[in-house]
Structures are given as C-alpha cells and as structure tokens.
Design a protein around this ligand. Structure first.
Ligand code: AP5
Length: 210
C-alpha cells in the first residue's frame, strides 16, 4: 500500500505516520525527518536545507526528489510506504507519478488530517522531540516519560511567526494537491484531527479498511 498523509504543519502527520507504520508494517518516508537528521549531522544536504527550514519555506524540489527516489528504491519499501510531508508542490507530485510509473506501482489512498489553525499554533508550542529516538511528544496532550524530560528538544521552526509562515505555504502550495488526487480518482479520506491521538488513529484505520 502507498499512502500519502496530508495536513497542515502540526496536524499530526508525524504522530499518525509513526503509528500507521507500526500497525501496517510499512516504512514512513518523512521528508522533514530526513532533512532534520541531515541538519543535525551537518551533511551537505543539511547545509542546503537549513536556511529554508528555519524560515518556514520549502526546500527546493530537486533536493527533495533525490531523497524520495532513494527511499522508494530501498528494499524496505517494496511493499509500499507512508509519505509524511511529501509531496508538497505540483512538481513533486508530478515527479512522484513518474517514479510510480517507472516502478510499476500505484498510489492507493490519500489521508487528509484536518485541524483548525488556532489549535495548530497551540500544538506546535507544546511539541517536544526526543533526539535519541525521534519520538514526538506534547507537553499536555502526549506527555513524555519524566526520565527523558531533560533531553527533549523544541524544533527551531516551531516559533509562532515561522509556524504562521509554514501554514501559509501549506495553504498556497500543498493543499491544492488534494484536488489533483481527487481528479485522478485516488480515494481521499478526510479525518477530524482535533480528536485524541488514539481516536484519530482508529478513524484513519477505519477509513482505510484496516
Ligand atoms: P515537516 O517536518 O514535514 O513539518 P510539517 O509538515 O510542517 O509538519 P510537522 O512535522 O510540523 O507536524 P505534523 O503534522 O507531523 O504534527 P506532529 O505529529 O508532530 O517539514 C519541516 C520543514 O522541512 C518544512 O517547513 C520544509 O522547510 C522542509 N520540508 C519537509 N518536507 C518537504 C518537502 N516535501 N518539500 C519541501 N520542503 C520540505 O504533531 C504536532 C504536535 O501535536 C506534537 O506535539 C504531537 O504530540 C501533538 N499531537 C499530534 N496529534 C495530536 C492530537 N490528535 N491531539 C493532540 N495533540 C496532538
């Protein structure tokens, strides 16, 4: 199964992507995570991406397509993958169509996690990430175990003005892709992302018939 998770920044794509990956036994291809790892490791990719990410802007399409092509050719992804944070632009969606055509694969479904903007800002301000495991928590809605509290990090792009810019970029460049997939007759499942994490997961699995 190949599945795309759409949703504004902070809608819960990473949280649900990790749960779905475990549940469905498919790798999660999260371009944001790959880029953050590259920034942390100080690689050439990280140096190319860092300024765009801190400003809440998109990293150029050719950089992203290199990452996704490699991830989809990996042996882990032969049975499918869950895309989190990709595609984000029209050229990325077109390039993904081409990779699928070359590999003889299809997109099975699109899940759109819907959350109002005011809730997004609250979620971002409480988000904390464990640098050792990559696990994502929220100080109020998904509190971390106390023993790891001291090593948790806040993402540099979670500052409120950057979050607002990321939201604008999502509305302008990424949200229109949903109608593109609708026109291509890919099943679209709209999920209320304002409910609790477990309920959202149940709703997604129910919509996918899993
Ligand atoms: P990326 O990492 O993809 O960020 P994003 O799409 O902005 O999404 P987030 O990771 O911020 O949020 P999320 O939806 O995963 O929410 P989460 O589950 O963490 O991209 C970052 C940057 O990288 C981009 O700005 C861009 O520069 C670059 N980039 C990445 N991909 C790119 C691409 N394809 N092209 C170009 N550039 C690219 O949840 C948020 C918080 O809420 C957490 O604290 C969580 O615990 C909590 N939470 C989750 N669900 C719930 C719930 N149901 N109830 C209560 N709290 C919840």
């Amino acid at each position: 199964m190949h599945l795309i998770l759409f949703g504004a920044p902070g809608a819960g794509k990473g949280t649900q992507g990790a749960l779905l990956s475990e549940c469905l036994g498919l790798p999660k291809i999260a371009t944001g995570d790959i880029l953050r790892d590259a920034v942390r490791d100080g690689t050439e990719l990280g140096r190319q991406a860092n300024g765009y990410m801190d400003a809440g802007e998109l990293v150029p399409d050719p950089v992203i397509m290199g990452l996704v092509r490699d991830a989809l050719h990996s042996p882990d992804a032969v049975d499918g993958a869950i895309f989190d944070g990709f595609p984000r632009t029209q050229p990325q969606a077109e390039a993904l169509d081409k990779i699928f055509a070359d590999l003889g694969r299809d997109l099975d479904a699109v899940v759109v996690i819907e959350v109002p903007d005011d809730r997004i800002v609250e979620r971002m301000s409480g988000r904390r990430t464990d640098p050792e495991t990559g696990s994502v928590y929220h100080l109020k809605h998904n509190p971390p175990p106390p023993e790891i509290a001291r090593r948790l990090m806040q993402r540099p792009d979670d500052e409120e003005s950057t979050v607002r810019r990321r939201l604008a970029v999502y509305r302008e460049q990424t949200e229109p892709l949903i109608s593109r997939y609708q026109r291509a007759a890919v099943p679209i499942h709209r999920i209320n992302g304002s409910r609790g994490i477990e309920q959202v997961q149940r709703d997604i699995l129910g919509a996918l018939g899993c």
